[in-house]
Design a protein around this ligand. Structure first.
Ligand code: RP5
Length: 153
């Protein structure tokens, strides 16, 4: 049960993996089990649909969606799940990630995607853990410890 993933990470491309290591490293440090999939809202939409629609049944509690450019992945995932979705806008070569950021943060009313900073992979992990911590004391304690470590540092 302890190893059952509770965070689902989805990213639009293999090219997002290096940045998203900031997220997976932090989840591992916090002791939060996660699953990771690469699936694109426009290249592999059926895969995204299947993954998002079944996430809650698999025991996932929070989803982290990373994408760049016209970064509609988080919004598409949010359309198929009742779970909270945290978006990570990827920095891009042409527009610096403002394209990704605005695509995520400007979700129309009714289908929210929470959004961290451009390339804010680590914060997405912390935020997802905080969402878990609202109902699960073991994760809330991880955040309390993290804050104490930051204060000491
Ligand atoms: C998005 O387009 C991905 O999330 C990635 O950030 C960006 C570029 O993808 P690649 O062309 O590198 O696969 O779908």
């Amino acid at each position: 049960m302890a190893d059952q993933p509770v965070v689902g990470i989805i990213m639009g491309s293999k090219s997002d993996l290096a940045t998203m290591e900031g997220c997976t490293n932090e989840l591992e440090r916090l002791g939060v089990p996660y699953e990771l999939v690469i699936a694109s809202a426009h290249r592999t939409p059926d895969k995204v649909h299947r993954w998002a629609e079944s996430a809650a049944e698999r025991g996932i509690k929070v989803i982290i969606a990373a994408a760049g450019k016209a970064a509609h992945l988080g919004g598409v995932v949010a359309a198929f799940t009742p779970l909270p979705v945290v978006g990570v806008p990827m920095k891009t070569s042409d527009l610096g990630g403002m394209d990704s950021l605005l695509s995520m943060v400007q979700m129309p009313s009714g289908v929210p995607v929470a959004c961290v900073a451009i390339n804010g992979a680590k914060n997405a992990a912390i935020y997802a853990t905080q969402i878990l911590g609202a109902s699960l004391p073991e994760y809330r304690e991880k955040i309390v410890q993290l804050k104490a470590e930051m204060a000491d540092a």
